[in-house]
Design a protein around this ligand. Structure first.
Ligand code: PHE
Length: 410
């Protein structure tokens, strides 16, 4: 087919003046249309780069996200990012916030606390973000929070459960329950529901979350009449847990509490079974990852952990979220995705109520949040910027994770 036949003649004369007839007119239309679309395309590429975000008076609001997209606990950051991204898409599709589009600026902290502080400083100073979403891990939220606080940029952690996180200052919020509640719930479940009396603990000694959760668990387990027969520690990323597990084995526990993160938990479980330890292992939300069973496999059969979210819930807000998330990512959402989604939506809820889009105005509205219907439960901020929410205990049975019980807030 020649060029002439397709109508794509190079530069046809203007139809009105040249009188070349229908074919020429159509060719000219095609040509002007493609020039127009090229210009539109060019504008679409150039405009977002040129506009400078809310802080500099642009037509969009820049929200910062910091998370572990790489490193030891990359699953935390990746899954949380999915939840945040879905929320941002939905908000923009329904008109944005106060007529402005949200733009998410995401920084990877490589699963490291010092890096979290560094990238948050960059998000605040260079990207001029209006607010911050992050981190999952308490130690990383604790490192970043003072930067947000000093700059009066509201920060919402989706899932850091250590009580100290929001005590860093009045600009620091979270949308999840706390580890005093979580530790007490796990102790109650182990003691009363499983009927165990002798617990061993294996804690990640440089992790604020792990140490705090271990302590809250021990306190409540003993208060209920149980005994902590061995208290061992490791450091995240260790490869060999045999010495600690051998000590635990000789203390003859009925249950072993491992308040760590999924990657280490999986290895610990495998080595425990290798040493002939058969008692159930229990843990907290740090076990949560789409790869928990891929890492720990059969070694985790018969184990339990506490969490924030039950994707099998029939509540309409949950079912709707599960459906949308599954369609987009081809996988059902877990707690991290649900909390990332809730943190984002809660932030925009506060932005919409704020009289102006400034850190202090948004902070005040966040602090006043009451009865917000999150997918991970209803959120009302208390005076320390923490919500009070129920917890779920999940069980690993026949290679599947399912709901064992729901514990209401105390
Ligand atoms: N609660 C954990 C912490 O504070 C993080 C976490 C939350 C991990 C939810 C998995 C799921 O460090």
């Amino acid at each position: 087919m020649s060029k002439t036949e397709t109508g794509l003649i190079v530069r046809p004369p203007h139809p009105v003046f040249s009188g070349v007839g229908r074919a020429g007119f159509r060719a000219s239309l095609v040509a002007s249309f493609s020039i127009l679309s090229a210009v539109i395309l060019l504008l679409m590429v150039l405009l977002p780069a040129a506009s400078c975000g809310y802080g500099a008076g642009g037509d969009e609001i820049v929200v910062g996200e910091f998370g572990s997209l790489t490193g030891d606990t990359a699953d935390f950051g990746k899954v949380t990012h999915n939840g945040i991204e879905l929320a941002i898409e939905e908000i923009n599709a329904s008109g944005g916030v106060k007529g402005k589009r949200l733009r998410l600026k995401t920084e990877d902290d490589q699963s490291r606390a010092e890096e979290a502080a560094t990238v948050v400083t960059k998000l605040i100073n260079q990207d001029k973000v209006i607010a911050l979403l992050g981190e999952v891990a308490s130690s990383r939220s604790l490192a970043a929070a003072p930067k947000a606080q000093d700059a009066k940029v509201p920060m919402i952690s989706p899932s850091s459960t250590n009580p100290a996180v929001t005590l860093k200052g009045d600009y620091i919020f979270r949308v999840c329950f706390l580890d005093d509640f979580q530790g007490h719930c796990i102790a109650r479940f182990a003691h009363d529901t499983l009927g165990t009396g002798r617990a061993a603990i294996l804690r990640d000694i440089r992790n604020d979350y792990s140490v705090g959760l271990a302590n809250f668990f021990a306190e409540e387990f003993q208060r209920r009449g149980g005994a902590v027969v061995s208290d061992q520690s490791y450091s995240a990323g260790d490869a060999d847990f045999k010495a600690q597990l051998t000590a635990i084995r000789s203390s003859n526990p009925d249950v072993i509490m491992i308040p760590g993160y999924y990657n280490d938990v999986g290895q610990i479980a495998i080595q425990a079974r290798d040493l002939g330890i058969t008692v159930p292992l229990i843990g907290g939300d740090g076990w949560e990852s789409p790869n928990l069973l891929a890492i720990g496999g059969k070694a985790l059969e018969g184990c339990y952990y506490s969490n924030h979210f039950d994707p099998s819930s029939l509540e309409p807000v949950v079912a709707n979220f599960v459906k949308k998330y599954s369609e987009k990512y081809g996988q059902a959402p877990g707690a991290l995705a649900a909390l990332g989604y809730d943190a984002t939506k809660l932030l925009t809820d506060a932005m919409n109520r704020a009289p102006e889009l400034t850190g202090p105005a948004i902070r005040d509205q966040l602090a006043g949040t009451k009865g917000y219907p999150g997918v991970s439960g209803t959120i009302t901020m208390d005076q320390n910027r923490n919500p009070v929410k129920p917890l779920v205990v999940l069980q690993i049975k026949d290679g599947k994770i399912s709901l064992r019980e729901t514990i209401p807030p105390s």
